[in-house]
Design a protein around this ligand. Structure first.
Ligand SMILES: Nc1ncnc2c1ncn2[C@@H]1O[C@H](COP(=O)(O)OP(=O)(O)OP(=O)(O)O)[C@@H](O)[C@H]1O
Ligand SMILES: [Mg+2]
Length: 541
């Protein structure tokens, strides 16, 4: 919808109101003036007729013998508003007239053509009553009568009487007895309405001018007052726009003693409160920002510290790995010597040694063998971080099958049942190391199982947010919850060195290191006596 301002509306309604008021006032003024002028004219007509009736008595009595009536008519016709004048005797004979051809016509007043002309609308029978009325009027008020209006002319009639005898005059009037002395004739007069029309037209023109001026004044006043009303509202609107766009210091400059003034005061109060609240908020925000900045700085410092520590740790680990590798490597040679020479002693000097000596030598050889196994496992562990194979996308099912192939002998020996999920995913990894992960977990699942028929299941939950998640589940001896973390430590075993086929306790440490190197995690769920489930994930990248 098109936007129309309050000012436009006020000016529009103000102008309409002024125009309508001006028209009504002018109409009233015009009508009143017209009526006034008309009454004036009638009054004047009456006076003239009355004067004529009075001054024409002698002329009528002498039947215009000395043309006195003509002089009267001439004098009367000097008035430009008079259209005609007729003077008649009591028998209706026209003694003098503005139109000379009418003179001498003998007719009764009630049959007079002039009267007919004046009262054409009236029933001829009523003519007598007009005549009677004329006589009555003269006697009662010494006045004439207005006969009506025709063709822009008002007609007046007046009786010419000489008697002052009221009784005879009334009788004459009542009984229409024209033979009785008293009424001797009549005056008929016509006055033009044109003068009134001209003046009324002039008044109309003036009125139209006044209407125009009033309308112009009305529009100007509407403009003035609407400006006075709308200027504060516009100022209020502008200020509210400025405040809503962030300039909270803006205030309304209105000092009027009306509702808009009150509104402005309330508005300014509201803006003040808003500014206060915003200032408080801003201070709060600043302090919060400072706190966050401080914490961020602390965190950054802690991160740098952590990074430095991690780098130090990595370098120490590397050194340790290097040391483990070289120490293990270097230890292997003398160990091999100890084992070989002990074996030689046992074989070549068997007859010179008693049983205790032989027993000691056998235990020495066994310890050397075990130490070699330990060193080999340690070397295998240190190799995990040292050797970096390229990552490829591999079918994890294939890796599982290859691991099982390497464990075929123990599987057959234990009569274990292995179930592999059909839909094992492809993973992006170091396939040699992930194969060793499956190998270690499946080997443990078979090893730590006292059931007649060990059951092992290898599966995956498919690709998720954490990449591919795998599990190796068994129905073996299970692990107590308190050992869930320990078992991933190096050389950590929960059993005697010869129990469950023996071992060095390096297998799960290798698994953890491989999975960590791949960015994943390994964890265990288990119930002692019922079985365990080892899980790990390999992230997508
Ligand atoms: N599936 C399992 N069920 C029950 N216990 C387990 C299972 N797997 C591992 N363990 C426990 O965790 C210990 C550590 O296992 P790990 O594989 O590291 O060493 P190991 O099997 O003893 O020796 P290695 O694997 O080095 O030959 C084991 O000694 C065993 O006690
Ligand atoms: Mg193991």
């Amino acid at each position: 919808m098109k936007k129309v301002s309050i000012k436009t509306k006020l000016v529009f309604f103000g102008s309409i109101l002024m125009t309508v008021s001006a028209i009504i006032l002018s109409w009233y003024f015009l009508t009143s003036a017209s009526n006034l002028l008309r009454n004036e004219l009638i009054k004047r007509g009456m006076e003239i007729t009355h004067n004529l009736a009075y001054t024409s008595r002698d002329g009528i009595l002498t039947e215009n013998l000395f043309h006195e009536l003509d002089s009267l008519i001439e004098a009367a016709m000097l008035n430009p508003d008079i259209v005609f004048v007729a003077l008649l005797n009591k028998h209706g004979k026209v003694l003098a007239h503005t139109q000379p051809k009418e003179i001498g016509k003998s007719t009764r007043l009630n049959q007079c053509t002039i009267c007919h002309g004046a009262l054409a609308h009236t029933d001829p029978k009523k003519m007598s009553s007009v005549y009677r009325e004329l006589t009555k009027k003269i006697f009662l008020s010494k006045d004439t009568v207005c006969l009506g209006e025709k063709e822009e002319t008002i007609h007046f009639g007046g009786a010419v009487a000489i008697s002052t005898d009221k009784k005879s005059l009334i009788e004459e009037a009542e009984g229409l007895d024209t033979e009785k002395p008293g009424v001797i004739g009549a005056v008929l007069l016509g006055i033009s309405l044109k003068g009134i029309h001209v003046r009324t037209n002039n008044i109309l023109k003036v009125s139209l001018g006044i209407i125009l001026i009033l309308v112009v004044i009305g529009i100007a006043l509407s403009f003035f007052f609407s400006s006075r009303i709308t200027t504060p509202i516009i100022s209020l609107t502008k200020t509210s726009h400025a405040i809503s766009s962030g300039d909270l210091g803006n205030r309304v400059e209105i000092k009027t003693n009306d509702e808009i003034g009150e509104l402005a005061v309330s508005f300014n109060q509201m803006a003040e409160n808003l500014k206060k609240a915003m200032d408080e908020l801003s201070i709060e925000k600043k302090s919060l920002e400072q706190k966050v900045q401080k914490r961020t700085q602390e965190l950054e410092e802690a991160n740098i510290e952590l990074k430095t520590r991690a780098e130090e740790l990595e370098s120490v680990n590397k050194e340790l790995d290097a040391f483990t590798y070289s120490a293990s490597h270097d230890l292997k040679e003398p160990l091999r010597g100890i084992a070989s020479f002990s074996q030689f002693l046992l074989e070549d000097y068997a007859d010179k040694l008693d049983d205790t000596g032989k027993n000691y030598l056998k235990r020495l050889i066994a310890s050397a063998v075990r130490m070699k196994t330990l060193i080999d496992d340690l070397l295998a562990l240190s190799r995990i971080s040292r050797i970096k194979n390229p990552y490829t996308s591999v079918d994890s099912g294939k890796l599982v099958r290859e691991a099982i192939k390497g464990l075929r002998a123990i599987i057959d020996e234990k009569g274990a049942k292995i179930k592999i999920d059909n839909e094992l995913p492809f993973v992006f990894c170091d396939e040699v190391k992930i194969r060793s992960v499956f190998y270690n977990l499946i080997s443990n699942a078979i090893k730590y199982n006292d059931k007649k028929c060990p059951e092992i299941e290898i599966g995956s939950d498919g690709q998720g947010a954490d990449g591919a998640v795998f599990f190796v589940k068994d129905n073996g001896i299970g692990i107590k919850e308190e050992h869930f973390d320990d078992i991933f430590g190096i050389f950590k075993r929960l059993h005697g060195k010869d129990e469950y086929g023996g071992g060095t306790g390096v297998g799960l440490a290798i698994v953890k290191r491989v999975i960590n190197d791949h960015g994943g995690k390994v964890w265990v769920k288990s119930t002692s006596g019922e079985g365990s489930m080892f899980c790990f994930n390999i992230p997508r990248n």
